[in-house]
Unconditional design. Structure first.
Length: 241
């Protein structure tokens, strides 16, 4: 199995987008110095362990699950969540040698509560890929973190192979989460991935973001207000099977 970048967020595999040319089972285990997700940390700036299992069918259908340890810094609340599971299913379509598309459903499931609330929710994705060089992604949730509001995310990722084993990549994203996480924000990353064996990869990545402004009026209820990361470097190592 050849290692590739997986959404450039601490993982090194494009396990969510298997080829429709043949059926394939793939898996990876990742250790990362921080679980950064769309500009904010889901591990309170601490290391996290992650697992991804994916199976793609000849028809283009695929399914799998991602799991990670989490820490939302909600000490003092009962039944705190310490793990996140994301089962997903989708369909990939190869339009030409250069272009492919896929649509995906994901469910975010937490082992406990976050700041005292149950927050499992669905998210839906649309992806467009030009070769292995450029990807544009749009996603939305009809009830983000169960806060009774829709949320949206827009993201573009570019990749450039330096050698057969070293790749540069970067991501720029915009997240509309003001009614869920109390603000909208921009985030961006850049880094280098080194595949120093067929099944082992190391990634070093810079993360930063910009808070576009908190709500003018206090949003009552949920206390989860993640801060956008600022000038942070993340290191991760992934082993694929």
């Amino acid at each position: 199995m050849k290692i590739k970048n997986h959404r450039l967020l601490g993982l090194l595999f494009i396990l969510g987008y298997p080829s429709s040319a043949y059926a394939q089972l793939s898996a990876s285990v990742t250790g990362t110095t921080d679980y950064i997700w769309r500009g904010y940390s889901k591990s309170d700036g601490k290391p996290a362990a992650q697992l991804n299992i994916d199976y793609g069918f000849k028809s283009g259908l695929y399914l799998g699950t991602f799991a990670s340890t989490v820490n939302f810094a909600d000490q003092g609340f009962a039944a705190r969540s310490d793990a996140e599971f994301k089962p997903y299913a989708g369909w990939a379509y190869q339009l030409s040698d250069d272009w492919r598309f896929n649509a995906e459903w994901t469910r975010y499931i937490f082992t406990g509560k976050i700041f005292g609330q149950n927050v499992d929710y669905n998210e839906f994705y649309l992806h467009t890929h030009f070769r292995d060089l450029l990807s544009a992604n749009f996603s939305f949730s009809e009830n983000g973190y169960q806060q009774n509001h829709m949320s949206f995310n827009y993201e573009i990722t570019g990749r450039y192979p330096i050698t057969s084993s070293i790749e540069m990549s970067g991501t720029f994203g915009y997240s509309q989460q003001k009614k869920v996480l109390h603000y909208d924000y921009l985030y961006w990353t850049s880094g280098v991935t080194w595949h120093f064996s067929p099944n082992i990869g190391v990634d070093v990545r810079y993360y930063s973001g910009l808070d576009l402004g908190a709500e003018k009026e206090h949003i009552a209820g949920w206390q989860f207000r993640p801060h956008v990361v600022d000038n942070r470097v993340l290191f991760s190592i992934t082993v694929g099977f």
